[in-house]
Design a protein around this ligand. Structure first.
Ligand code: SF4
Length: 390
């Protein structure tokens, strides 16, 4: 089982908080599609023994592509890969693009999961985020999409300047009333070098309030779970049987290959686990799409251990200490330290342990990455404790 990711690096304009890679020059779309085709031809052998169970078009703004352009990519994918009969095929779309006819065309070329970048249902908040669409377009796009898709996800952002807990509650109520199968709710983070970080540095914009964001996160978990959504990963909520299979495969360390500028891949080759990333610049990608790698890293045993801790803890199913002990042959002292740290977090109400599996509590989810990093083994500890992997 494996997945394919296509990064479509075009947007109409920059949202101030965004640090994804994209360009605004639409004139390059056709050249990009030719380059993408060349990259697929060059890398298809990587998964010749795998069945592809998920395909994801992310961005950027994939809904800037026509159904015909997507169909062209998908026809090539069909020729080059073995596809699962129950393929999940997701496209990220911006609300302002979703006309009735585009939705119909997307459904006809085989897209069966639509992830709509609604982000908010208030004009004021959308303006603050410098999104192009309005609250009315957020709502209409989801209502319209229901006529063509049975699996719809919407994105929400919380914690913008001036947003109150009751504003956020109203957004959640509206989101649920639109009956999506899946909701991704992200706290606003200020990424370095984004226009937002510069505005904050110049005092033109308020920094998000950490403690209010924590309260908003807790409210989202409580509210969405009480409305039939399963909180299955830090930022993701799904109706039963509607988890994102593609994104879940990232957290479960299932191989995937990413095409397009800045796309990442994870695969196994000759007994190694490898993570790679493509060139970030579209121009450089266009020059040499068949060899677009900018970075290729063979994971060490320590990397694999720490990734397993981080990615498992982010999920509702949690981290099996039994599997860790089975798959990584560490010195006893490492497990003693780890068990002690787990006990400390458990006492603070951030973790629970059941049948040797540790799971984050709601409070724990608000600190997921910090907790995971406390359970990591550092290189220094590895050398002093003689850790090794099976
Ligand atoms: S539309 Fe999405 S990818 Fe494009 S700038 Fe806005 S947040 Fe970033």
């Amino acid at each position: 089982m494996a997945g394919l990711y296509f990064h479509i690096p075009f947007c109409r304009r920059r949202c101030t908080y965004c640090d994804f890679y994209f360009v605004t020059n639409r004139a390059l779309i056709e050249r990009f599609l030719d380059a993408l085709e060349a990259e697929v031809h060059a890398r298809a052998d990587l998964f010749c023994d795998e069945t592809i169970s998920t395909i994801y078009f992310g961005g950027g703004t994939p809904s800037m592509l026509s159904a015909k352009q997507l169909d062209h990519i998908l026809s090539l994918v069909q020729k080059k890969f073995r596809l699962d009969s129950d393929l999940e095929l997701t496209l990220e779309a911006n609300p302002e693009d979703l006309t009735e006819s585009l939705l119909q065309d997307y459904a006809h070329v085989g897209i069966n999961r639509l992830s709509i970048g609604t982000q908010a249902f208030s004009d004021e908040k959308l303006k603050w985020l410098s999104r192009k669409h309005t609250a009315a377009e957020s709502i209409v796009s989801v209502e319209r999409a229901h006529r063509w898709f049975k699996n719809i996800s919407i994105d929400l952002i919380f914690g913008t300047a001036g947003e109150t807990l009751s504003d956020w509650q109203r957004e959640l109520e509206l989101a649920v009333s639109l009956s999506p199968e899946h909701i991704s709710a992200y706290s606003l983070t200020v990424e370095p070098f984004t226009p937002l970080s510069k505005l904050i540095a110049r005092g033109k914009c308020m920094r998000p309030n950490d403690s209010l964001q924590t309260e908003m996160f807790l409210l989202a978990m409580e509210f969405l779970e009480s409305h039939g959504f399963e909180h299955y990963e830090v930022s993701n909520y799904a109706r039963p049987n509607f988890r994102s299979r593609h994104n879940s495969s990232y957290w479960q360390r299932i191989p995937y290959v990413g095409f397009g500028p800045s796309a990442h891949s994870f695969f196994r080759q000759a007994g190694n686990e490898i993570r790679s990333a493509n060139q970030r610049s579209l121009n450089r990608y266009l020059e040499n799409p068949t060899d677009a790698h900018d970075l290729r890293e063979v994971l060490s045993d320590l990397d694999r251990f720490n990734e397993t801790v981080l990615l498992s803890l982010r999920q509702r199913e949690g981290l099996s200490l039994e599997l860790l002990a089975k798959n990584f042959n560490f010195a006893t002292s490492h497990f003693e330290t780890l068990n002690q740290t787990v006990a400390d977090f458990e006492r603070d109400g951030l973790l629970t342990t059941e049948h040797e599996t540790i799971k984050l509590t709601r409070s724990g989810f608000t600190l997921a990455d910090t907790i995971a990093s406390e359970l990591f083994i550092t290189e220094h500890q590895q050398h002093s404790g003689a850790a090794c992997a099976s």
